[in-house]
Design a binder for this molecule. Structure first.
Ligand code: BTN
Length: 268
């Protein structure tokens, strides 16, 4: 166990129930092969990327009670005090062609929305591509990374963070959303269960079902947006759809533009 500052007493922030989680993941029908919990690591995504390169099979879940170097999309960091949230990654080895892989982070967002809504009884939504919002504030973020023929999907969910612990403006936690004291192990199995189910549907080719579910929970559609693309080009207009490749379709003054990757702001 680390002696780094920030570790709260177990009574305030209880550890995950590792034995129960391992048993849950190992049981038939969980959709996962193995679940490991560690006290701390650099980044669960980095660890599973290394495991993927070493030939680790699909279905491994790695959960860390604290990350020293958690990272997010577009080079951002992901920080949270120990045991204040869920920080975990899953290793997938999809059988679908590369063009379809863009759907995996979107489905992970959907799984977080479904799983957390079920446990917390809160209404959540998605900001394209995969920020999970409560009341327009970011509750969870997702990072999908391709590693050879594997995909590592990492999820960070703010559970008990207080306002002074939030890493960025515009973020929130389940506690701040009015749901203090939720059991993180229960939240984790709810999200993992939904994620396994969505990935199975996508692997089975149910593109219509998965796309329609994503669109129905996507808060970006219908909003005036500014999408800053990685190359620096900005697209502004009204977001009207998410297309079959998972791209955001923005109606601009010069016609529709499909955006594959961007930092999106909801303007109105
Ligand atoms: C984002 O909002 O930009 C994505 C954040 C993803 C954070 C998670 S926490 C678990 C996993 N490990 C990482 O280093 N990142 C992801």
């Amino acid at each position: 166990m680390t002696t780094e500052p920030g570790w709260s007493p177990s009574s305030e922030r209880p550890p995950l129930d590792e034995a129960a989680l391992r048993a849950w993941a190992g049981a038939p029908g969980s959709g996962w092969r193995e679940l490991r919990v560690v006290d701390e690591t650099g980044s669960t995504n980095d660890d599973l990327a290394a495991a993927a390169r070493s030939g680790e099979a699909a279905g491994l879940v790695l959960v860390s009670e604290w990350q020293r170097g958690g990272h997010g999309r577009l080079g951002r960091s992901w920080t949270a005090p120990p045991r204040s949230g869920l920080t975990f990654s899953v290793l997938l080895r999809p059988t679908r062609p590369p063009a379809a892989l863009g759907w995996l982070p979107l489905l992970a967002g959907l799984a977080v929305v479904d799983g957390v809504e079920e446990v917390a009884e809160l209404r959540l939504g998605l900001k394209w591509p995969n920020d999970v919002l409560h009341d327009e504030r970011k509750l969870a973020g997702l990072l999908a990374e391709r590693v050879q023929d594997a995909v590592v999907v990492g999820i960070g969910l703010n559970v008990s963070l207080r306002a002074d612990e939030l890493p960025v403006q515009g973020a929130t936690s389940l506690a701040l959303a009015g749901r203090p004291g939720l059991d993180r192990s229960v939240l984790l199995t709810a999200v993992l269960g939904r994620l396994a189910a969505w990935v199975a549907r996508w692997e089975a080719g149910d593109d219509q079902g998965t796309r329609s579910a994503y669109r129905s929970r996507c808060l970006t559609i219908g909003r005036t947006v500014r999408a800053d693309q990685p190359g620096g080009q900005a697209v502004s207009g009204t977001a009207v759809d998410v297309d079959a490749d998972g791209r955001l379709v923005v109606e601009t003054t010069s016609g529709p533009v499909a955006v594959a990757a961007a930092d999106v702001r909801h303007l109105r």
